[in-house]
Design a protein around this ligand. Structure first.
Ligand SMILES: [Zn+2]
Length: 428
């Protein structure tokens, strides 16, 4: 099972100074910054996924690419743009339309020709047909087909029609990339019908779309229905789905690949699980930047927080973490300073029961004690943890947070290999 990492220009500055918190001088982002595959000598994913919707920045979703970057990607292709040949292993690249960026439209905003042109210009290895995502899912609709709303049926019909056109043009123009069909559905049977239709068009690699919000049993039920029609030679890809515990069962249903941003994003989006280990996750230690944190700045401006005190506590937190790493401070001292800053930065009124509840869910004292006692970064072999030490566990600024995301990718890949009964070193 191959894991594709959906990149949205996730780079780090290799010369960032973590003590002074300064970027390297004369840094040119695209030239000097590094992708995850340039940080790790050993594999942290099997390929990249690049979405047209992210490159173009459709509608309300802004592009993660500058105009110059976009032009360079189209002119030089993905291998050169992402410096894939710097990685000591092969990284195939899959392109898709990024249907979630235009989910609110009635029809996809791209023509089949535009998408084929995009995949050809970028020199992708795999290109997904143009699809229209369906987020509704009800297993009961299989017993009551008349209940399926017409606009949902229409989305599947559009997706299949565009897949047919896509494969026709692909056969005529013979571009370098392999065509992958996308199946959209709203129930186990409707997914099976989509896969059946795509197979009869001639697709042998089919991506299952719209499964991101589904519960694991719903995904498994759909894959079981698909198994009833799937030809042995048809490979499946799961779009945006990460359920490591279900990976062996996915594999048994013919899933050959999947992609997910979760390992990267949880490093800075999740309330709790920010730092992955092989068997679980730890909470990162929040030391917000007084200058860069919107919530804190609001409290300062309203007079609720004294900026000078906040700055002093912020510095004290960084200092006590440094001392902890050097063996000069104990867990108790560190937690005391961290909580003093946290209570200043996130004050809660004690008169409202809602605030009390919020306080107990946001109070990180026990989570901090746990992560400090284990100090998991000291036992991680990845390049990020080796180079950063305790800075990797600090929830603070993009350079640290994104590197923790890279670490998560590295660990996630090793979890995946373990689930598959392979050693990551053998896979790399
Ligand atoms: Zn690590």
């Amino acid at each position: 099972m191959k894991f594709f990492f959906p990149d949205s220009q996730d780079l780090v500055d290799p010369g960032f100074d973590f003590e002074k918190e300064r970027w390297s001088e004369a840094r040119i982002r695209q030239r000097d910054d590094r992708y995850a595959h340039e940080i790790f000598r050993k594999r942290a994913f099997d390929g990249l996924l690049v979405s047209k919707g992210i490159v173009d920045g459709f509608g309300g979703v802004g592009s993660r690419y500058s105009l110059g970057q976009r032009n360079r990607l189209l002119r030089n292709g993905v291998r050169e743009f992402f410096r894939l040949d710097n990685a000591p292993y092969d990284l195939p690249v899959m392109g898709d339309c990024g249907a979630f960026t235009y989910v609110k439209e009635r029809v996809p905003p791209y023509t089949v020709d535009q998408v084929i042109q995009f995949y050809s210009d970028c020199q992708f290895d795999f290109g997904l047909s143009v699809d229209h995502v369906i987020f509704e899912f009800k297993s009961t609709w299989d017993a009551d087909e008349a209940a399926v709303p017409p606009e949902i049926r229409e989305r599947q019909a559009i997706t299949l029609q565009l897949a047919r056109e896509f494969l026709d043009r692909h056969r005529k123009s013979k571009p370098m990339f392999s065509a992958v069909g996308v199946a959209q559905g709203w129930s186990p049977n409707s997914y099976a019908n989509a896969v059946k239709a795509l197979q009869s068009m001639g697709y042998r690699y089919i991506a299952m779309g719209g499964m991101v919000p589904l519960k694991t049993p719903e995904i498994l039920a759909s894959l079981a229905a698909v198994a009833g029609v799937r030809k042995p030679s048809t490979k499946l890809h799961l779009l945006g789905v990460t359920r490591t515990e279900a990976i062996p069962r996915f594999a048994s249903y013919g899933v050959a690949s999947f992609d997910s941003t979760s390992p990267l994003r949880q490093a800075f989006k999740d309330d709790r699980d920010n730092y992955y280990t092989l068997d679980g996750a730890f909470t990162a230690i929040r030391i917000p930047q007084v200058e860069g944190n919107a919530t804190l700045q609001k409290l300062v401006l309203s007079g609720a927080v004294d900026q000078a005190i906040a700055r002093r506590l912020e510095r004290a937190c960084l200092a006590v973490m440094r001392d902890y790493e050097a063996g000069k401070a104990g867990v108790k001292d560190v937690v005391r300073v961290l909580m003093e800053y946290e209570h200043l930065a996130r004050p809660h009124r004690s008169d409202s029961p809602v605030s009390k509840r919020r306080r107990s869910s946001t109070d990180n004292e026990s989570a901090y004690r746990e992560v400090l006692e284990v100090a998991p970064w000291r036992n991680c072999a990845c390049e990020v943890c080796r180079q950063l030490g305790h800075h990797v566990i600090l929830f603070r600024g993009a350079e640290r947070n994104r590197r923790r995301g890279f670490h998560n990718l590295y660990v996630f890949y090793r979890r995946l290999q373990r689930e598959l009964g392979r050693s990551a070193e053998a896979a790399a």
